[in-house]
Design a protein around this ligand. Structure first.
Ligand SMILES: Nc1ncnc2c1ncn2[C@@H]1O[C@H](COP(=O)(O)OP(=O)(O)OP(=O)(O)O)[C@@H](O)[C@H]1O
Length: 313
């Protein structure tokens, strides 16, 4: 894989004095899907807007395909498509014309063959002559993607692609994104839905208060921060944890029917085998055991919370 976007020490302070980004550096590789996660006001839209040339940074550099977004903005901009959060379409315009028009804005020659291919891949071909106001919400979002792809960009930014849409539509969008990945488009998406990042992204970047806390392959992130919980269902009811097991970090459920054991997936020895042996030695009969990996949501919350407590210190 080669690097398609290089972000180096990027910062942005708005005129109001808000520091929206400070010292953000990261590389984005060609063909990957990267999800940017962060609470409201973290700086995600500012970051995307700078890369797309809509907001001027206060410091740092961004290169897209080797082109500096400030000194060589035209070439940089041509490589990028942006799907905005808000649906803004000309209500009376036909779908196909709206996509053609966007292509023209980039100074590209008409290419109806390519536009047909885009509309077909987004399942909009049958609707090409419909006015955009006649379309369903999901179709409107797909028209926005078609417009963003009209000039054949190599990188597509999706700013909260499924904000406020129902579960079925969200899944439909995921399939569209998966298809784009197969076509070799690099995708950067922001989302509030951790499930979405978990489902789609190869890498995840976490932004909080204008800083990039980390950017890591999804699996690594889950493995590194994701603890596991072992739930041990008991055959009989316990009123307390036996003295012999007091220092094992076990938590007894309020109904006394199960024990919870949190362990670190990175540890070489999780101690589970010994724990089960010790339970038996203390006369506790186990009915069943199950494990649960923490979700990305828990990982994310613990990252953002850590920051909060550091700030407070
Ligand atoms: N044009 C602007 N002028 C002044 N401040 C701004 C402007 N745009 C954003 N901000 C501020 O910059 C900070 C970062 O905002 P940004 O929109 O980048 O965050 P975000 O992570 O995209 O949030 P959300 O998830 O709510 O969209 C916020 O404090 C916001 O109020």
């Amino acid at each position: 894989m080669s690097t398609i976007i290089e972000i180096d020490n990027l910062s942005k302070a708005y005129d109001s004095g808000t520091k929206a980004l400070s010292g953000v550096s990261m590389n984005i590789e060609e063909g990957e899907i990267i999800a940017l996660l962060g609470p409201n006001g973290a700086g995600k839209t500012t970051l995307i807007s700078i890369i797309c040339g809509l907001v001027v940074p206060t410091g740092g550099t961004v290169r897209v395909g080797g082109h500096d977004i400030r000194t060589d903005w035209r070439a940089a901009r041509r490589m990028i498509g942006l799907v905005p959060q808000e649906i803004a379409l000309e209500p009376f315009e036909k779908v196909i014309n709206s996509v053609r028009f966007t292509r023209g804005l980039y100074g590209e020659k008409p290419d109806d063959g390519y536009i047909e291919q885009v509309l077909r891949s987004l399942a909009l071909w049958e609707k090409r002559d419909a006015a955009t106001r006649e379309l369903s919400g999901g179709m409107k979002r797909r028209v926005l993607i078609a417009k963003a792809l009209a000039h054949r960009p190599k990188v597509l930014f999706l700013d909260e692609p499924t904000a406020g849409v129902d579960v079925a539509l969200r899944r439909e969008m995921w399939q569209v994104v998966e298809q784009l990945r197969r076509d070799g488009v690099t995708i950067i998406l922001t989302t509030h839905y951790l499930e979405e990042a978990e489902e789609m992204a190869d890498r995840i970047g976490v932004i909080n208060k204008g800083q990039l806390l980390l950017v890591k392959p999804k699996d690594e992130l889950m493995g590194e921060f994701g603890g596991k919980t072992l739930t041990i269902e008991l055959d009989s009811t316990l009123t307390e944890i036996p003295a012999g097991l007091a220092d094992r970090g076990l938590v007894l459920a309020t109904d006394g029917r199960s024990l919870r054991y949190d362990y670190d997936t990175r540890a070489e020895r999780t101690g589970i085998a010994r724990l089960l042996g010790d339970l038996s030695a203390n006369g506790i009969t186990v009915r069943d055991v199950s494990t649960r990996q923490s979700s990305l949501e828990e990982v994310f919350m613990s990252l953002v919370d850590d920051r909060k407590s550091e700030d407070a210190a």
